[in-house]
Design a protein around this ligand. Structure first.
Ligand SMILES: [Zn+2]
Length: 642
């Protein structure tokens, strides 16, 4: 393992939990093979498909200009081609994690070639945006609201930070520092600067990463400026529209709620608008709250969190039901078959939740992070790493399948970078506390309380709930080890060096403080059993239905294992559920549940006699695995016996 890069001491406030960098965690177990698939297949495929889509032609000033490849949309204001830098940024980030997993000279050379092209494209003053430099020159900083200019910068920065961590090469990081400096010289509270902020949030959290890796406070300050400035009067996006000769009220999405710029962030209480924008913004806010110990952001963050998780979150951890605004509509609007629930939104929720853990372990956040990760996010990637869901419905009549590529290919590199960097979400480390947020077989090297500590998790999780943790500090060292007890666990047992402990969870974490010695072991056994979940009465489509859960996994039934129509089956509350296997899904734990199946003696569309019911059983598989076998119906919310 490479030595982890630590931000400057000046940037190390006390008791602030930061994630590890990807090179600190060697991932095995459940996620190991998934990281390998991304490392060996998906990372290269993303580059192939970006280049097939002609992205490199737009970036490389030495190649003929491709011009408009994807037509303008939204009343002739945007084309997804404006976002291509973000797709490259996320693909570079994925490749970086892939290279960390497994050196691959060919892939590294391909990434270097793209980075070189960006180096050649970069303007004298540091500006870097392939759309505005090559397709629409002379228009930079004229439409932050719609055209993803600062969003693109964020993704390129994240790519640069990841590539630096993975390879130790500074070139891309230096390029992006120059661009960040250009942005810093352009935007800010000084009278000679623009008071703009990203139309699509993302740069905020990227600047925090850049600040942490370089130790430069000014990047954190710029992230804070963008958070603080957002939604203030007079509205920057409206003034910008007027300057373009447009009426603010002609905005395609009608209201600035769409991009969460309708009011200052500290006054926001409800999750509104475009789902991915929302969660990226809140992730940036949580990062700023952590880095600046800014408690003034807490009431907004807490209210937004509750609004999402208490009223607007799918059971899979996806959110944003509507295709129209790719986002939120009204409370409890959670349709299943038409659920948009973009893969990027579930990925973004993992980002947001992980950052809500920045100041203290709290299972409210980690539980949702886990739910979104294992279900609504992971479903976005096929088992072989070659196909991708954009939207993630909870019911399908057999016509919804993963894409090879998408005209707006935001999701493929987003789920890929999350999976390939998953080890960084397992832990949070503060000065003298180490929190274990997610369980998975892995070995990590972490500095806690000034001492290097080897941490090893041995577990088959989520197949079962037994986790053995071994600590190997270089020298005996006192710190708090915090172990999450997930909300779904009906019970747990804990033993330290073989001795039973009666520790009780605090905000869902067992916080054990002692002097740790090399070879200390902690065994945590979480009671993991199949459960039925029922939705709040206001969620109309789920009434009279139940979903199946086991541990972090939400289950669904598929036509491959069960005879369609799947809505002909009814299950009884408390019906016995047994662990099973499903064909074609390796040793995945499937569930079998007793059911009744309804039928009519004739093919008449309507009948005056109620259906007949006969005994049957249903086999359910983890939701994230659906559509990996033969196409067919899929259903999460099963009918309950009336
Ligand atoms: Zn997406």
């Amino acid at each position: 393992m490479n030595k982890p890069f630590n931000a400057g001491d000046a940037l190390q406030p006390k008791s602030k939990f930061r994630p590890l960098s990807v090179n600190q965690v060697e991932v095995g177990g459940f996620f190991g093979p998934r990281v390998d698939v991304v490392a060996t297949t998906t990372a290269k495929l993303l580059f192939d498909r970006c280049i097939e889509a002609r992205m490199l032609e737009q970036v490389d000033p030495d190649l003929p200009n491709p011009g408009i490849v994807i037509p303008f949309d939204h009343g002739n204001t945007v084309t997804t081609q404006m976002f291509w830098d973000s797709d490259f940024g996320k693909s570079i980030e994925t490749a970086a994690y892939a290279l960390n997993r497994k050196r691959d000279e060919e892939l590294e050379a391909r990434v270097d070639a793209v980075i070189d092209a960006y180096g050649r494209l970069q303007a004298e003053d540091g500006y870097l945006n392939s759309w505005y430099q090559r397709i629409q020159p002379g228009q930079r900083w004229t439409n932050l609201r719609d055209r993803h200019e600062l969003y693109n910068a964020g993704h390129l920065i994240e790519g640069a930070v990841a590539y630096y961590h993975a390879t130790g090469k500074r070139k891309f990081l230096d390029i992006m520092c120059r661009y960040a400096d250009c942005i810093d010289a352009t935007f800010g509270a000084d009278a000679n600067k623009k008071r703009g902020y990203p139309g699509h949030p993302e740069l905020e959290l990227a600047l925090v990463k850049l600040g942490r890796v370089t130790g430069e406070q000014r990047y954190l300050d710029l992230a804070k400026f963008f958070v603080d400035e957002r939604g203030r009067e007079p509205k920057y996006f409206d003034q910008e529209a007027i300057a373009r000769g447009e009426k603010p009220e002609d905005f395609h999405f009608t209201t600035l709620e769409y991009c969460q710029a309708h009011k200052p962030v500290r006054e926001q209480r409800e999750v509104v608008g475009h789902a991915v924008r929302a969660a990226y913004l809140y992730a940036g806010m949580a990062d700023v709250a952590t880095e600046f110990s800014d408690e003034s952001l807490d009431p907004a963050l807490e209210a937004l969190w509750s609004h999402l998780t208490d009223r607007n979150l799918y059971v899979t951890g996806g959110f944003g039901p509507s295709k129209d605004n790719e986002g939120l509509t009204f409370d409890y609007d959670l349709p299943n078959e038409t659920a948009y629930a973009e893969t990027c939104a579930a990925v973004a929720l993992v980002f947001w939740a992980s950052r809500m853990l920045g100041r203290a372990p709290d299972a409210r956040f980690a539980d949702v992070m886990e739910r979104a990760l294992y279900n609504g996010a992971l479903s976005g990637l096929s088992e072989d790493g070659t196909h991708f869901f954009y939207d993630n419905p909870l019911e399908s009549y057999g016509n919804h399948h993963r894409w090879r590529w998408h005209r707006c290919p935001c999701c493929p590199p987003n789920i890929s970078r999350l999976v390939a960097s998953i080890g960084t979400y397992f832990y949070g480390v503060a000065e003298d506390e180490l929190a274990l947020h997610l369980y998975c077989e892995n070995a990590a090297e972490i500095e806690v309380a000034g001492t290097k500590v080897g941490v090893k998790q041995e577990t088959a999780y989520p197949k079962d709930g037994r986790i053995a943790v071994t600590l190997t500090p270089e020298a005996p060292v006192e710190f708090t080890l915090s172990l999450r007890v997930p909300g779904w666990a009906r019970g747990f047992s804990l033993a330290i060096n073989g001795e039973a402990s009666d520790a009780t969870p605090e905000k869902g974490y067992l916080r054990i403080r002692r002097q740790w010695q090399a070879g200390d072991t902690i065994e945590l056994d979480l009671e993991m059993q199949p459960e039925m979940l029922y939705a709040h009465p206001k969620v109309a489509p789920d009434q009279g239905r139940a979903a199946l859960l086991r541990g972090p996994l939400i289950y669904c039934v598929e036509e491959t294992d069960n005879k369609a129509p799947l809505n002909a089956y009814v299950v009884k509350d408390g019906a016995p559920v047994t662990l099973d296997q499903a064909e074609g899904l390796g040793d995945t734990v499937a569930l079998s549940i007793e059911a009744l199946v309804e039928s009519q003696p004739t093919d008449a569309l309507y009948a005056t006699t109620p259906p007949e019911r006969t005994s049957a059983s249903l086999k359910a598989i983890p939701y994230y695995l659906w559509d990996n076998r033969a196409p067919g119906e899929m259903l999460v919310w099963l009918r309950r016996e009336a």
